[in-house]
Design a protein around this ligand. Structure first.
Ligand SMILES: Cc1ncc(COP(=O)(O)O)c(C=O)c1O
Length: 442
């Protein structure tokens, strides 16, 4: 490899201003600026350094630029919490779907995406949806959840997990989470069960799996259905198995901030023939297969072929995308090691997280308020997200329930750090240094 040049000299007048700007963007810095005077001698013109006795404005300024030290981020852009990786593979599939995916080919990419997805998760069936929320809704209906029933949901999650319960007419009941995994605490689930409980919705929050062995054990003992909300957790593993295939159904999201994106979109997976048939009819407007006859109440939550083309490209690259997320987490773990007052999310011994969001919890011993820290990081061009509030607080639920204590502790003191899958080591190092600096200032 050729060595990078160590120095470079430009005059700053006329077109050279562009050259200076270009090199500054590449990391060159101005080292000297020499005023020049124009001298004509017959037919030749030359520029010489201005004499110290010469007070008139110079004709030009010679600017010398040298390659600066590795530049601390940022230039002008904010380092974002999310953002996908889209390769030429996805672009070519989408282009193909847009040109050819009509009439008899309207579902070609949908079928390929569903097949590849089911194979990856390890289930017999996968059905494309317009959102994970829709997938959760129909999964709950398919297992028979309805008015008068209760469904147990963790107190920290995106509201969609409980909204889907409310759409069926059932009541979400909020259970506490574990301090280390941020996912449902089996003991809290057990305590929340009543004679009306019909199902549990474990959420694999921020890409870390819920302990499904414990949840399935409870469900079996009490005769409950399990719908996994795996919205942000494609490829996460629990005891060596990929999430989504443990429960009666598993639902995934491909909304734009997720690891696997289709813009908006979702997937519902199941291993159960009967449940698949039931949910398919609900998903297809209640239509009798192969006809325009409507034999039951149904819904419209379908995925488009062009979206599925994007999704297919993404699932074919999923191992690479997960590795990138895990690498980003490792960079954070390295950069934040030994900084007092923060707890980095980590993997339980039985889990393989995809670290959709690398996150920290601020220790109660810190005086610095969470949102003050976020404001200061934003001033340094670092985007962060507050962890979801405890969702039991929202005024929309039919039954009032106090927030759960561990969920409250996490929700009030935790932050998602920039975790976009294309982040560079330099950006993560910059975030770690900024975070350490702000925590030191207090
Ligand atoms: C835990 C969880 N559940 C459900 C959803 C809903 O997904 P969608 O936006 O695809 O409906 C999300 C989306 O952010 C989520 O994070």
């Amino acid at each position: 490899m050729r060595p990078r040049p160590r120095g470079c000299t430009f005059a700053s007048s006329g077109d050279d201003a562009h050259a200076i700007e270009f090199h500054e963007r590449l990391g060159f810095v101005r080292t000297t600026e020499t005023p020049l005077r124009r001298h004509e001698n017959g037919e030749t013109v030359e520029f010489r350094a201005v004499e110290t006795s010469d007070a008139a404005p110079p004709d030009k300024v010679l600017v010398r630029l040298d390659l600066g030290p590795p530049r601390a981020w940022p230039g002008t852009e904010t380092i974002l919490t999310a953002g996908p990786s889209i390769s030429a593979r996805e672009a070519s599939y989408v282009w193909d779907a847009a040109r050819t995916g009509w009439n008899h080919h309207w579902a070609d990419y949908i079928k390929r995406f569903e097949k590849a997805f089911a194979e990856y998760v390890g289930t017999r069936y996968a059905l494309g949806f317009s959102s994970c929320t829709g997938a959760l809704h129909l999964a709950l209906l398919a297992v028979g959840v309805g008015p008068g029933d209760e469904v147990i949901v963790p107190d920290i999650t995106w509201v969609a997990s409980a909204n889907a319960v409310a759409y069926t007419g059932a009541t979400p009941v909020f259970a506490d989470v574990q301090l280390d995994t941020w996912c449902l605490d089996p003991a809290a689930v057990e305590a929340a069960i009543s004679p009306r409980t019909k199902a549990i919705v474990p959420v694999h929050l921020y890409g870390h799996p819920t302990d499904m062995n414990a949840i399935l054990g409870i469900a079996r003992r009490h005769g409950l259905r399990v719908i996994e909300d795996a919205a942000p957790a494609i490829g996460a593993e629990c005891h060596g198995r990929r999430v989504g295939g443990f429960g009666d159904f598993g639902a995934f999201s491909f909304q734009g901030a997720k690891l696997l994106v289709t813009g908006e979109g979702g997937m519902l997976v199941t291993d159960d023939d009967e449940l698949y048939k039931r949910v398919y009819t609900l998903w297809d407007q209640g239509r009798t297969p192969g006809t325009f006859w409507i034999g039951a109440q149904g819904w419209k939550y379908k995925m488009a072929n062009v979206q599925a083309a994007l999704g297919l490209g993404q699932i074919e690259r999923i191992a690479e995308l997960i590795e990138a997320k895990r690498r980003i987490f490792d960079w954070y773990a390295c950069g934040l090691a030994g900084i007092p007052g923060i707890h980095l999310n980590h993997e339980a011994s039985w889990a393989r997280s995809i670290y959709w969001m690398t996150s920290i919890r601020l220790d109660e011993s810190l005086d610095l308020a969470r949102d003050a820290l976020r404001t200061r990081l934003a001033e340094r061009k670092i985007d962060t997200r507050p962890v979801f509030p405890t969702i039991s607080q929202y005024p929309i639920w039919p039954r009032r329930q106090p927030p759960c204590p561990t969920a409250t502790r996490i929700a009030e003191r935790s932050i998602n750090l920039p975790s976009g899958v294309c982040l560079t080591r330099q950006q993560v190092d910059y975030v770690c240094a900024a975070l350490a600096d702000e925590l030191r200032k207090g």
